[in-house]
Ligand binder design. Structure first.
Ligand SMILES: Nc1ncnc2c1ncn2[C@@H]1O[C@H](COP(=O)(O)OP(=O)(O)OP(=O)(O)O)[C@@H](O)[C@H]1O
Length: 262
């Protein structure tokens, strides 16, 4: 197994053990330390979401409360269909609640129209949603560059930022490879670089380790802990994988549209 080299030094391969991932950046305890003095980045308060399905109302979320603090990594777990993706869509402003509030940096996300939410999303939120979401004909470098272009970052900043993001995820030497020339874990790390290139404060990741073996999943989690520490990002991710949950500052279990008391 490859060893995790000291933080801030250039490296080509993140460590592959969860013990190492846990040591990166803040530990679970440190993640909560001083929380009371910090403003939450995101507050979800009494959130409900129902969908009209034919003549029926399907109540998917039935009263969710959570606070996500700066530099915290939280996980949502729960059975398929329990509402995890629905909640993440609301947290990212892709959807609005039927009831309740979502405050992003103290601003009422739930009251804003699509355009206003989209502009906040482009600037301040990164997503890792479908399998890898990479453009297959573009190199890793071009994929990350594309997301900076989409976020409206000045061209003069692209090169340095793309390079530093790819180095951060351990792919400094593989920048000019296309996704098809990379392993699943490497592709997922390109997706992380792409999602953080515009310096968001929130990263939302839906099952980011689902397609990966345990060592690659551990590498992705190590990269997550590293970006929480160095990029000052907060992460909310969904997972079914119990083996990676120790890396989280907090794990919420969703059962039938509410959080189980844990
Ligand atoms: N737009 C929609 N219209 C109708 N029903 C929906 C819609 N979006 C989600 N649902 C339903 O809400 C429930 C929760 O779905 P969701 O995708 O949030 O679950 P999940 O916990 O993320 O599941 P998985 O782990 O399989 O991804 C499901 O029954 C789903 O069919």
């Amino acid at each position: 197994m490859l060893a995790w080299k000291p933080r801030r030094k250039k490296r080509e391969e993140p460590g592959g053990s969860l013990e190492e991932a846990g040591k990166m950046g803040t530990s679970a305890e440190e993640g909560h330390e001083g929380e009371e003095n910090k403003e939450p980045l995101l507050v979800v308060q009494g959130v409900e979401r129902s969908f009209d399905v034919g003549s029926q109302k399907l109540r998917v979320l039935k009263g969710i409360d959570l606070k996500l603090y700066p530099q915290q990594l939280i996980m949502l777990k729960g059975r398929s269909g329990s509402g995890k993706t629905t909640l993440m869509n609301l947290m990212g402003g892709l959807d609005t609640p039927s009831q309740g509030q979502i405050l992003f940096r103290g601003q009422p996300f739930h009251e804003w129209d699509d355009d206003k939410r989209t502009s906040v999303r482009r600037k301040d939120i990164g997503f890792i949603f479908q399998a890898y979401a990479l453009m297959p004909l573009l190199s890793a470098y071009e994929n990350v560059e594309l997301s900076m272009r989409m976020a409206g970052i000045p061209r003069s900043e692209w090169k340095a930022r793309v390079t530093s993001c790819l180095e951060l995820v351990g792919l400094g030497k593989r920048m000019h490879h296309r996704p098809s020339e990379m392993s699943g874990g490497e592709q997922q790390r390109v997706a992380i670089a792409k999602a953080i290139a515009h310096k968001p404060s929130l990263l939302l990741a839906d099952e980011p380790t689902a397609e990966l073996d345990s060592q690659m999943a551990a590498q992705v989690m190590a990269v997550f802990r590293e970006i929480v520490a160095t990029e000052k990002i907060s992460i909310c991710m969904t997972t079914h994988d119990t083996t990676i949950m120790e890396v989280a500052d907090h794990v919420y279990e969703m059962v039938d549209g509410v959080f189980a008391q844990g």
